[in-house]
Write a protein that binds this ligand. Sequence first.
Ligand SMILES: Cc1cc2nc3c(=O)[nH]c(=O)nc-3n(C[C@H](O)[C@H](O)[C@H](O)COP(=O)(O)OP(=O)(O)OC[C@H]3O[C@@H](n4cnc5c(N)ncnc54)[C@H](O)[C@@H]3O)c2cc1C
Length: 386
Amino acid sequence: MDFGFGPEEERFREEVRGFLAETLPADGKRDMAFLQEWNRKVREKRWVGFSWPEEVGGGGGSIAQQVILKEEMARAKAPPLGSCFMGLAWVGPAIIEYGTEEQKQRFIPDILDGTYQWCTGYSEPDAGSDLATLKCKGVLEGDEYVVNGQKIWTSIAMWSKWMILLVRTDFEVENKHDGITCLLVEMESPGITVRPIKNMSGGAMFAEVFFDDVRVPVGNRLGAEGEGWKVTVSALAHERSGIAEVTGLQRRLEGIRELARECARGGRPASEDPAIRQRIARADARIEAMRLNGMRFLTRQLRGEKLGSETSINKLHRAQLEVELGELALEIQGSRGPLAAGSDLVPAAGDWQRFALSWPEVVIGGGTPNIQKNIIAERILGLPKD
Ligand SMILES: Cc1cc2nc3c(=O)[nH]c(=O)nc-3n(C[C@H](O)[C@H](O)[C@H](O)COP(=O)(O)OP(=O)(O)OC[C@H]3O[C@@H](n4cnc5c(N)ncnc54)[C@H](O)[C@@H]3O)c2cc1C
């Protein structure tokens, strides 16, 4: 079995490494001026939206090149490619696949340039894991949809100019996945109220969003009426081999090894404690298993096969590993572990404390472990639903 990349891909890897070595500051400082310059340079290289077709301003990169780019970026701890996170992750791909020519011209350049942020209005108080039960209502009146209802857990709603929103336009359908429509909504529209929600680390990253007779032009509908589910699912289905996330986890584990050498346990470095060593070794083996699984998915994508439910395996692995690494990092610090990230007593300026509290993003966002297990059981192992 050969898991290596071909000579052309390796040349691309060298190009990426050379660029990162030249561009990233040696002292690790990432001030505003650097980030602005970084965004300009990576945009110039067409690495923002690297997998998108060239005709919409993307890089036209192959799947293997995308993996290499993400791997090298994670290895070098580079800042993200582009600043419009949700726009690049799923709104842009959805617009490219289902948008009208006018929508592509209107939104794609701003997503690539990071002119403003997008947020995602999917979850509702009674529709999370079972998203298709959503009730936020859109009624077509003339050439506008009138939207009423509520969304919740909407990340960065407070700083977003646009939202990709799922509404129910038909309440009579037999199949709950039908009758859902996707709208692109300007957050400054009259009738939208955003109420931030505080999370357990004290910050407010997400919000409740209320819609009272919000009018959305029919020209802002993405895809056909009633086909919002299809739009949403397919947008999330591009590059999902999970290999880039593996590099991030490997870096985290490297950091934990360093931490274990620095922190004392019973008068000796924690790295000499057999219990800690065993947990590090176990995490290492699981990350390697995740990498090999990712390689399997990548091979299938390179053969032109579409990935389906299998990606739930890596999503589940990653969620479990993030929690495990966070707990391990705090445990290694002993009594300093539970201190607040801002305390002078914590190592690495509280980076590990912040990491340990950030697990809900990876674990709950995009589908909880239970849901991933259901998918693996039913669609991969063929087990019965009940
Ligand atoms: C940090 C963060 C950011 C988020 N950002 C966004 C965002 O930007 N936009 C957005 O729309 N949403 C966002 N979400 C919401 C997220 O998608 C939902 O929280 C998630 O889908 C779970 O839904 P829920 O919270 O309603 O929980 P529920 O669906 O009510 O689940 C509660 C518990 O029951 C379990 N459960 C539910 N159904 C089953 C089942 N069939 N079998 C077994 N167990 C089950 C779940 O695993 C979970 O443990 C975010 C969430 C978090 C934590």
